[in-house]
Design a binder for this molecule. Sequence first.
Ligand SMILES: Nc1ncnc2c1ncn2[C@@H]1O[C@H](COP(=O)(O)OP(=O)(O)OP(=O)(O)O)[C@@H](O)[C@H]1O
Length: 819
Amino acid sequence: MAKMNGAVLLEDADPEEEGGPPTCKFKQSYSLPFFRYKNIVLAIVFIDGIVSMVLWLTGGNSNYFVDHVSYFHLKDSVFDLAIMAAVKVVTFAPMTSYLENVCTEQIEKSRNRSLKTISKTLHFVLILLSLGYLAFSSTKGGLILDSILNDTDYKVMHPTYNALVISAASFSLIECGMFLWSFQAMKRLKVIRILHLYNEKGQEVREDGKPLKKKVDILRLIKLAKPETVLLIVASLALLVSSGSQMVAPLFFGMVVDVAQKSMDELNRTVLILFVIYLGGAFFSMIRSWLFNLAGQRVVARLRKQLFSSIIKQEVAFFDTNRTGELCNRLSSDTQVLQNAVTVNLSMLTRYMLQMIGSLVFMFSLNAALTGVLLAVVPVVTLGAVQYGKFVKKLRQDFQDRLGDAGTTAEESISSIRTVRTFSGEVKASNSYSSDIEKSYLVGKKLSVALGLFEGGVGLLAYGAVALVLWYGGKLVYENSQDSTKGVTPGVLTAFLLYTLQVAMAFALMSSLYGDFMQALGASVRIFDLLDRQPEVPNEDGMILPEMDGSVEFQDIHFTYPSRPETEVIKGISFQVKPGEMIALVGPSGGGKSTLVNLIERFYDPNSGTIALGGQDLKDLDPCWFRQKISMVSQEPTLFACSIKENITYGREATTEEILEAAKQANADEFISTFDDGYDTLVGERGVRLSGGQKQRIAIARALIMNPALLLLDEATSALDAESEHLVQEAIDRAMKARTVIVIAHRLSTVRNASKVIVIDKGRIAEMGTHDELLALNGVYKRLVLRQLTAGAMPPDNDTDTQIDKQNDLETSSINFTD
Ligand SMILES: Nc1ncnc2c1ncn2[C@@H]1O[C@H](COP(=O)(O)OP(=O)(O)OP(=O)(O)O)[C@@H](O)[C@H]1O
């Protein structure tokens, strides 16, 4: 058994033993909650030790102390009790800890005899010891009490010594009770222990395998601002000065009230000082606010950059399960919440705390009794605010989540505006967004009431305190007017009231900051989760081959999409593509052709089997490097919202000549030249300002400029008009020359030219061979061809060859090899 930071790892536990861990695909470990028997006992024993020592050391005078040690007497000395408390700490604390360890181990190895014996002995010794301490302290207490009552010569001890005797007896009684209960408490360990599950990457997961949300890490949250330390130090100094001015100002305010009754000169001087204090305060407030906000902006900019690079590095499967809108929300609103939390809110918190503490110090110095009246209400307000704050935090979190959902819905509709328009989906989209917003509004409504009650409640209590102070202060001013040695002057009361207002305001604002902090803590969990996430498929590191010939080999590949783990999509596929070959993948829709292409790009890793590229296992190669050697042209290429030139050079930097050459090869130069801005023409979001055929030709140019060793091609099925299709096809044919090509084929001409045709059906290779060989097989391939040729009707077998011959004349026409 191994132990780590209080957590007991059970993965090594002996499976022979009864009570061993249940078989589970995750690694398991247990930890114990903090509030448990052992820690309570330790707390009691330590408090006993500290209280006894303090009572002993602070009682009597030094002679008394020496007398007690050197001339020990059971009824006159308490030295023995102090030593007893110390001995308790050094015996009970390690023994109880050891007992807990033994009993935890016993849960897994309940038949282990030696563990049983050790735990029984420990229980027994602890009970015996505690009974002994109880007997001693109570006997001593009884004897002293008897002497006080009946022995007239008995010299009563110092009060703290008497307190020590009472405390020793009481603590011994509590400890004895605790140890008598230890059998039961240790049995409960099995029930109270917390199970932790870890996946193979060491991430803590829930039972369903999903990663467990990490707890809030406040220290890490604050560390975000570490690079701004200098800025924050200067800002904090400014904060100190501005808070200082705020703290002394009421004092001078009070003085003004008092001196106004005496002399005009003094009044002028005091008001001038007050003015200078306010001026200085305003200047430093400005510096404070500027620097804290600046630090906040820098933190959030850095955080956003880090977060985006973490998101963009994630494996493709991550984006199958995480919605774009949700991720964008993390980037925009969650980071915004954090910006305020780690800088501005932190500064406000410090400011209000300083304001509160400073004001209270001044208030005490002005009048302790008045301050006492004020402080009587503070704990009530604090407790109420904290409890209510928790409730508000939950509501805020809920509100933020629902708002996030609405944002995602809006993003989806706006980014797919063409589809929305085509299907007249505006009303549907609006309804869907409205319904999401309605849900967030319902929570928002509750939140508004809760916030209102929160602020109102805290305000009522705070200003109630002010009213109380005013009444009591008024009484003191009245007393002062009757007898100048009593009570306080009106100036002191004024200053005091201002301080009270300051404390009340600081307190109320601090409680509203509490809500903001809670919101930031919630956001930080989500942000840190994303920041820490390691992509399952790495993007860098690995071998770089001296040369890449573009050959590909699949060996018994099985694959399941992580977002749909119950369906195996590829079921044991093996094939080889030699350098320079052109392989056509054909088969019914949903058979798994695109999935094979995704696997070559290592968008996903197969469940089993190996894929070799250039003769080397794909997993050993540097993904960044090999992806440079592969180009992919899909049916519906995505362009970025920048210029044509920038789109063509997306994969690598290129000279103007290279760009022109690639565009010419891709039959794109001609139409680009007709645009006013030529290669600098902006293509719009996802290339919306271009036609389908134009987009495809730019995508081909983008692929060609990489001069790939392996070209992955998903032929366009139809969508294009004849002229456009011809231009695209010509570009594709040119692109396919002199390199290894794997094409998801939809055209008979492509298939006929292929070195090998692989028919993929339901995740398996149904047939493999040349066009002619497959036709001769008279199987799936032939049926696919014929179904297309005869518009779905199956012709009689003897007509087949004639029809194929006819079709061969129409080599350039498009064939859809789908069901
Ligand atoms: N990202 C994904 N997550 C989960 N399942 C997926 C994903 N992409 C594809 N699939 C499923 O995998 C199976 C194979 O899909 P694939 O796209 O490879 O088929 P295909 O042969 O290329 O089809 P088509 O010719 O229609 O493009 C389908 O059942 C599909 O639903």
